[in-house]
Design a protein around this ligand. Structure first.
Ligand code: PEP
Ligand code: MG
Length: 837
């Protein structure tokens, strides 16, 4: 974007040369006065600029300062514009920092970014900047800031490569990390050098951060060019990939918008008028207490210079270990939230491959710094440059970069502890932060933290999900104002309306307390209801289980209304530890689960490795199509060293009492379950353990179709709709581009479920569903109507599913299911939700 609108943004009347204000405050007031006089801002805007100075540093560097007012005062801006106060003698901005060009910014939208980008570029050209600080010609300043003057040589428009095509960004949210990571993948797959140019800025498209730094927004025109043999064909493929993402991006934006609309602003209204920061509701409830603002960690990284070889090796090892950790995180997130959300972590992991970051770290090591120090400095610099663009999407990437950076750092130097969340003030507090990283959340002290107010994030962000899981009131996307609040300020957080009220009066607090008590009473009532079984109006009961992996998560699942654990995924034992857990370690975990369940049913699923669930330390051979390869039961049958200790651990744990079942994943043929049962029986007999029900997951269409052949050999079936959907519809469950089409309510999937139920019924076996669709209230209605006996889901989904089922007649659900089976498309099935059901 270029600032040709110089008259609109920076006219001559907006430049004042040779000023000599007495103080920083006077400088801000004089600069703002120029904007006021020209009608750009309300007179009070200067006060807002001064307030911002108390909470943020607006000194950009090299003698340039950019006072710009608080976000919540944007309503005082009438038109976008900037004013420049030239102070040749300089004015102390911060200790040791003297400002000579004061660029006062009035911006409601994009103009701010444009100005900052121009300024940051100007800062690289010190000679020109020095000249501007003393020039007697306002035109020079206008030219430099509006891009009318020739760009400095180093910034000459980048030349395109041999072959090129133009494309106008049509992603509603611009080129953010997720599509950018897909671009990088497509470009890397081509093996060619590919460049993306926007105006005079170009980025190597193999580099995610460089691409993000272009700050592309919807409507921006880019030229994508490539060199090398077959460049034309490669560009055609890249173009198809880039354009192919549009539908998903549009769908995501629409989904986000409807989510926003779907959440009417309900909640508490203060009797007074305390200052309110508006965000997005993320987790309901009211928290009243002091704020604790978490700023970027102040941890000092020690600088221990080492030999370059040592440093290089340490960096390499730390990066590899972090990559592995990120793979586990992607896996976990895919399972809990789906491929679309996991793609965010994939993009985060991609930041580890950034060549600029690694080069910079090495440069700093060459200069004589230790590896941890150098890495941290490089991350901070890159993160700062992303943040400086003022684009919330990029600021989010900066947070990602810092989070990944910390992971690497703790591997480089385990003595470094990021304990910002562990060093909370005495008593309880509401945490205000940019966003909580997954690593931060691990250390959340629930006795101290009563609410979360985040500057970034969305309703499905990690923090939001965590807050709902923990039952903590939370708001997200509150913007910079959240971070600009002062620690210790009294605050009221309303997670239902997504508002944070600062410095409320005593009357406000009393009213909020009354509201909070009312909510607690309602929740207590709901909690009582959650405990009740899911019985339809006409008396048909559906069992409700929880998908839980760890003993410490069981109490919450039971509190939410879980009647047992319908799926304990055991891969996590292997993924988290970074090594194969011993039989005894496994035994301790299974025993812990049994005890936590307190006599309620527990279904332990045998290891489901392979496909998307890769465990690096098992060193399994690479497969071209891992979902169609040696995974689940196929792997278990080939790896007795994994299967036998696990079964022994389960039988030993069950020998101590409990209602335990064993379930095998990804079974395709009857022969597999016969073989697995035989192994189970051998191990059981050897341990003299009790006989346990043995069931299988129905995840492969073959097993669904042949359910009647499987049923005599299985005590139960549990349908894994996540996998069944991917195999039935031939859609990789990890492919974010196809995520919207991978709908488990597709009639083809429903027919496979109906077939499974029919096959089981012939032999009087029960059928559960433990895939994601079980936790969707409408999905649950259909599944119940299809005759599924048990639904197992993420604990937080239980109350809504139970209450939905209780409102129905089973006969109506059966009729609904029959209509769904006859539907042509998934959309038609979903349409039935509004059609009288
Ligand atoms: C499924 O496939 O639906 C399932 C529950 O198993 P997972 O998600 O662990 O593959
Ligand atoms: Mg599965």
């Amino acid at each position: 974007m270029s600032l040709q609108l110089q008259d609109a943004l920076l006219g001559r009347e907006l430049v004042r040369l040779d000023a000599a204000p007495a103080s920083k405050e006077a400088a801000i007031e004089q600069a703002c006065q120029l904007l006021v006089a020209a009608g750009y801002v309300e007179p009070d805007f200067a006060a807002s600029m001064l307030r911002r100075e108390t909470v943020a540093n607006t000194y950009l560097g090299h003698g340039v300062a950019i006072p710009h007012g608080l976000v919540e005062d944007k309503f005082m801006v009438r038109r976008d514009g900037i004013a420049v106060l030239q102070v040749p003698g300089g004015i102390d901005w911060n200790p040791g920092q003297s400002a000579r060009l004061i660029v006062a910014i009035a911006a409601r939208g994009d103009a701010h970014i444009t100005i900052l980008r121009r300024l940051t570029r100007l800062i690289q050209d010190e000679a020109r900047l020095d000249a501007l600080c003393v020039t007697g010609d306002a035109g020079e300043i206008i030219a430099a800031l509006t891009g009318e003057a020739p760009a400095p040589a180093a910034l000459a428009p980048a030349a395109d490569l041999a072959r090129s095509f133009d494309w106008v960004v049509d992603y509603p949210a611009g080129l953010h990390a997720r599509p950018a990571a897909a671009w990088v993948d497509a470009v890397r797959a081509s093996g060619l050098r590919v460049q993306v140019r926007h105006g005079e800025e170009a980025a190597d498209a193999r580099n995610l951060v460089a691409l993000l730094q272009l700050g592309l927004r919807k409507g921006d025109k880019v030229t994508i060019s490539a060199d090398g043999e077959d460049a034309a064909a490669a560009l055609a493929r890249i173009r198809a990939r880039i354009a192919g993402l549009t539908a998903q991006e549009v769908a995501d934006a629409a989904k986000a918008a409807s989510r926003r609309q779907a959440a009417p602003v309900r909640g508490w209204t203060p009797p007074g008028t305390p200052r309110a920061i508006e965000g997005i509701a993320a987790s309901p409830g009211i928290a009243i207490g002091p704020l604790h603002v978490l700023r970027v960690s102040d941890v000092t990284i020690p600088d221990h210079p080492a030999s370059l070889t040592e440093g290089g090796n340490a960096l390499h090892a730390a990066l590899s270990a972090t990559r592995q950790q990120m793979t586990a995180l992607v896996d976990d997130t895919t399972r809990r939230l789906g491929a679309t959300d996991a793609a965010i972590f994939k993009a985060q992991a991609e930041l580890l491959n950034d060549t600029d970051l690694i080069t910079l770290t090495c440069q700093l090591m060459v200069e004589g710094h230790g590896v941890a120090w150098a890495w941290n400095a490089a991350v901070e610099r890159m993160a700062a440059s992303l943040s400086a663009l003022g684009n919330p999407v990029l600021a989010g990437r900066a947070a990602d970069l810092r989070d990944v950076g910390r992971r690497v750092l703790t591997k480089l130097d385990p003595s470094i502890v990021f304990d910002s969340l562990r060093n909370l003030p005495e008593g309880q507090c509401i945490i205000a932060a940019a966003d909580l990283s997954p690593s931060d959340t691990a250390g959340l002290d629930m006795a101290r933290v009563i609410g979360l107010a985040m500057a970034l994030g969305g309703p499905t962000s990690h923090t939001a999900i965590l807050a709902r899981t923990l039952g903590l009131p939370a708001m997200v996307a509150g913007g910079q104002a959240v971070l600009e609040a002062t620690s210790g300020t009294r605050a009221i957080l309303d997670g239902q309306s997504g508002r944070l009220y600062l410095d409320p009066s005593d009357a406000d607090i009393a009213a909020a307390e009354a509201w909070r008590d009312g909510l607690a009473a309602t929740r207590a009532e709901a909690a009582r209801q959650r405990g009740a079984p899911a019985i339809t109006l006409d008396g048909h009961r559906v069992e409700i289980g929880a998908n839980v992996n760890r003993p410490d998560q069981v109490p919450l699942a039971l509190e939410e209304g879980g009647e047992g654990v319908g799926l304990m995924r055991t891969e996590f034992l292997f993924l988290d530890a970074g090594a194969t857990p011993s039989e005894d370690e496994q035994h301790a975990t299974y025993r812990g689960m049994i005890e936590a369940c307190g006599g309620r049913p527990l279904i332990i699923r045998a290891l489901d490795i392979g496909g998307d669930k890769q465990v690096a330390h098992l060193n399994l051979p690479h497969e071209e199509n891992p979902f169609l390869g040696v995974r689940g039961a196929r792997l278990l049958l080939r790896r007795p060293d994994l299967l036998h200790p696990q079964l022994r651990a389960i039988y030993r744990a069950a020998a101590g009492g409990g209602d335990v079942s064993i379930m095998f994943p990804m079974v395709t043929s009857v022969g597999e379950i016969l073989a697995l049962r035989e192994i189970c029986e051998d191990i059981r007999a050897g341990l003299d353990a009790p006989v346990l029900p043995v069931g299988i997951m129905i995840e492969v269409p073959a097993a669904a179709i042949q359910a009647d052949s499987f049923a005599p050999h299985c005590d139960f079936f549990s349908i894994g709709t996540n996998d069944l959907t991917q195999y039935a519809l031939a859609i990789d469950r990890q492919n974010p581009e196809l995520a919207a089409e991978a709908d488990s309510l597709h009639p083809a999937v429903l027919r496979l479920i109906a077939q499974t139920v029919a096959g089981a019924a012939k032999h009087h076996r029960w059928v559960g569903v433990c895939g994601g669709i079980a936790g969707d209230p409408f999905g649950a209605m259909l599944l119940a109507g299809l005759g599924v006996n048990e639904l197992s889901m993420t604990p937080r989904d239980i109350p809504a599913v139970k209450s939905r089922l209780r409102e129905q007649n089973f006969s109506a659900l059966q009729a609904l299911a029959a209509r769904a089976l006859a539907a042509d498309t998934a959309a038609d099935v979903r349409g039935l939700e509004g059609a009288g059901h």
